[in-house]
Design a protein around this ligand. Structure first.
Ligand SMILES: [Zn+2]
Length: 242
């Protein structure tokens, strides 16, 4: 049976360890791709490849896979604790979280590096998290809308829809219909880094691939994109703490 672009969780014994991995079949692929992220191993294969063939490839690469998975486990960041005094990244600078007793309908306020959030006297951390994340998402949408408009004008193109995403690994995406999605967590990064991701997604309105012509467009919009992309990769786990 051929499953087009299906995503399935598989298991395989590598040496003395059993690993699980996400399988992606793609008609556009001609080779096997391995990617290890905080979510684990993803194996991308051409649609018609037999299981035996990619399993063979995984076994051949088992030393590399096991050491990278181990690295990911040891570098995994501890869960974020929602309490006053925490430092939150916002537009590339740390902001101190302050919790005050008050009307729950009062919106959080950012003033001089302090984000003040009104909460009832006894509240659970999830309620605080919820309120702060809602604030982040509102700020993100306003900021992104503005930057998307700036770059769309430069490219002489139009964005049909801008939405926020909550993806665990991707920062942005773009469809051929011109719908852009940006991860709300990007608002934690410096404005220049956000601009790189916006430029990247808008360049996909012209080139829906990662060809040299695509990167040419990105570099016209954002000449420092290599550094900014490296910065974002280096800070990804920090920005995904919550
Ligand atoms: Zn892209």
């Amino acid at each position: 049976m051929i499953l087009k672009a299906a995503r399935l969780l598989h298991r395989l014994a590598l040496g003395s360890e059993e690993i699980s991995y996400l399988l992606r079949r793609s008609p556009r692929r001609h080779s096997i791709g391995l990617r290890i992220s905080a979510d684990g191993l993803t194996v991308s294969v051409p649609t018609r490849l037999q299981q035996q063939q990619w399993e063979q490839a995984l076994i051949q690469k088992s030393a590399w896979i096991l050491s990278r998975l181990e690295q990911m486990r040891t570098h995994a960041t501890p869960p974020f604790i929602w309490q006053a005094g925490q430092m939150l990244p916002f537009l590339g600078s740390p902001v101190e979280l302050a919790v005050e007793c008050g009307n729950t309908r009062t919106q959080p306020r950012l003033e001089e590096g302090v984000l003040s959030v009104s909460m009832p006297h006894s509240h659970d951390p999830a309620a605080l998290a919820n309120k702060v994340v809602k604030w982040y998402r509102r700020e993100a949408l306003t900021f992104f809308q503005h930057r998307v408009a700036v770059y769309a004008r430069q490219l002489g193109t139009e964005v049909s829809r801008l939405n926020l995403s909550n993806a665990r690994t991707r920062w942005g995406s773009c469809t051929s219909r011109g719908d852009i999605r940006l991860n709300w967590r990007l608002i934690k990064a410096p404005p220049s880094v956000i601009d790189y991701v916006v430029a990247h997604e808008l360049a996909h309105l012209i080139e829906l691939n990662h060809s040299p012509a695509f990167w040419q467009t990105v570099s016209q919009l954002c000449p420092d994109y290599l550094e900014l992309r490296a910065y974002l990769n280096a800070h990804a786990s920090h920005y995904h703490q919550f």
